[in-house]
Design a protein around this ligand. Structure first.
Ligand code: PRP
Ligand code: URA
Length: 213
């Protein structure tokens, strides 16, 4: 893989890479898969939020006063692409419990591989928020690109995408359509197969999360 995208961040922390190996494994069952997706989302959110601005506060400790820092009144939102993105939401909320949560329902037509929209409910005050879109898989990139089109209608302050595994073909699509969006992923795999699945990937993320296959 020789392509480079300046807005794509590959998160190579050892804990992320370790947990990713387990979710790729075909022998990992639903319970463990779900727990790992949540943990991975939490670890990735830690990195994806490292540019949040801070402001100084004075805290009275039992000993004296400390000059300390808190996040500067930022309003965040997490937008899950259904179904599989739902599995990442609890991990992000563990770190940002006050974030509002939006949902975009999309499924890929198995013949055309194009996303079909069936639901969209975003925070009403999205224009005042920094939004993080979550979906474990970025394959052809069609789902994330459409989700970003829908989200941009609300004019949020900023948008980031967090996915576990991306395909180079899909990154090309999302980066060319939405060059203003930062993308965080734990792995960039080799390619897509003829059915639009990421190789080697982890299979169908929704089915593995919810045991539907
Ligand atoms: C999966 C995945 C992404 C999409 C990625 O969802 O969770 O949303 O495919 O594919 P793309 O990049 O080619 O658009 P799927 O359509 O299988 O729906 P599901 O989550 O409801 O199972
Ligand atoms: N959706 C998935 O869940 N997995 C893939 O590999 C591609 C799309």
């Amino acid at each position: 893989m020789t392509r480079e995208w300046k807005q794509v961040h590959l998160l190579d922390h050892p804990l992320i890479q370790h947990k990713l190996s387990y979710i790729r494994d075909e022998n990992t069952g639903v319970k463990e898969f779900r727990e790992l997706v949540e943990e991975l989302a939490m670890l990735m959110a830690y990195d994806a939020t490292r540019d949040l601005p801070l402001e100084e506060v004075i805290v009275k400790t039992p000993i004296s006063e400390a000059v300390s820092h808190v996040i500067s009144g930022k309003k965040l939102g997490v937008i899950a692409i259904l179904r599989a993105g739902l599995g990442m939401v609890p991990g992000v909320l563990r770190l940002i419990p006050a974030a509002k949560v939006g949902h975009i329902g999309l499924y890929r037509d198995p013949d055309t591989l194009k996303p079909v929209q069936y639901y969209c409910k975003l925070p009403a005050d999205s224009a005042e928020r920094d939004l993080i879109v979550v979906d474990p898989m970025l394959a052809t990139g069609g789902s994330v690109a459409l989700a970003l089109d829908l989200i941009k209608q609300k004019s949020p302050r900023s948008i980031k995408v967090m996915c576990l595994i991306a395909a180079p073909e899909g990154l090309d699509v999302v980066v060319s359509k939405h060059p203003d969006v930062e993308i965080y992923c734990a792995a960039i795999d080799e390619k897509l197969n003829s059915h639009g699945y990421i190789v080697p990937g982890l299979g169908d993320a929704g089915d593995r999360l919810y045991g539907t296959k």
